[in-house]
Design a protein around this ligand. Structure first.
Ligand code: B12
Length: 168
């Protein structure tokens, strides 16, 4: 992103540097989960779309995605989430998905950090077994609306996660 190749669509930002332009598409999965939850429970939801956010920045003075992620999470520090959900659809985002989960746990250690989308649905063994990941409290398998609702409604979230087939 910060070192675009000649064939990438580029944008020169206010800091004078050329950046790649990430493609922005509505984050349909998180939006769908948010809409579903709001129908059934009184919940406040905040969504950070990183592609839209980096496009909007005037400069991107971060060496890596982890630093960028920490920056946005620290900006949202007045919001103390009970649950943080990280979503990722595309395989090239795998490292970003992991960085995002790691940073969420660092910034909000008391929150339950969960992941969902195509990446964890297909790569949960790699994430937990091969990489020994400890910052994702659970990964959702497949569609997330009902699993998230049941998680929010559970008296004992950890016991629910351990027993449910929708969560790894
Ligand atoms: C629609 C779609 C698009 C749309 C845009 C999608 C969007 N708004 O972001 C368009 C046409 C733009 C598109 C483009 C591309 N796509 Co596309 N696309 C899809 C498709 C068909 C559906 C995705 C979708 O929106 N589903 C509907 C939403 C509601 O579901 P969802 O996102 O999966 O979320 C649910 C669950 O995953 C889960 N969930 C998701 N996040 C979270 C988070 C938490 C915390 C929890 C608990 C649960 C959870 O719950 C959600 C609700 O049920 C998928 C195939 C598929 N069936 O998944 C391919 C797919 C994602 N696309 C793919 C590809 C390759 C591309 C392109 C690279 C194609 C290209 N060569 O240009 C581009 C890249 C776009 C980009 N931004 O970089 C591949 C990705 C493969 C891979 N391994 O990376 C897929 C898997 C298709 C395939 N089998 O090849 N795509």
């Amino acid at each position: 992103f910060t070192k675009p190749e000649y064939y990438n669509v580029q944008l020169t930002k206010a800091d004078g540097k050329a950046y790649n332009i990430p493609r922005t598409d509505l984050p349909l999965g998180p939006l769908s989960i948010s809409a579903y939850l709001k129908k059934f429970v009184d919940v406040e939801v905040k969504l950070i779309d990183f592609n839209a956010e980096v496009n909007a920045l005037d400069a991107v003075p971060f060496d890596n995605f982890e630093a960028l992620c920490r920056h946005f999470f620290m900006q949202a520090q007045d919001f103390m989430p009970d649950f943080v959900g990280v979503s990722s659809l595309f395989s090239p985002s795998f490292p970003n998905f992991m960085d995002c989960g790691r940073m969420a746990k660092e910034v909000w250690p008391d929150s339950l950090v969960v992941g969902g989308g195509n990446i964890p649905t297909n790569s949960y063994e790699q994430i937990y077994r091969d990489m020994g990941c400890t910052f994702f409290d659970a990964l959702c398998f497949g569609e997330g609306e009902k699993p998230m609702l049941h998680l929010l409604q559970a008296d004992d979230a950890e016991a629910y996660l351990a027993a449910s087939d929708s969560w790894i």
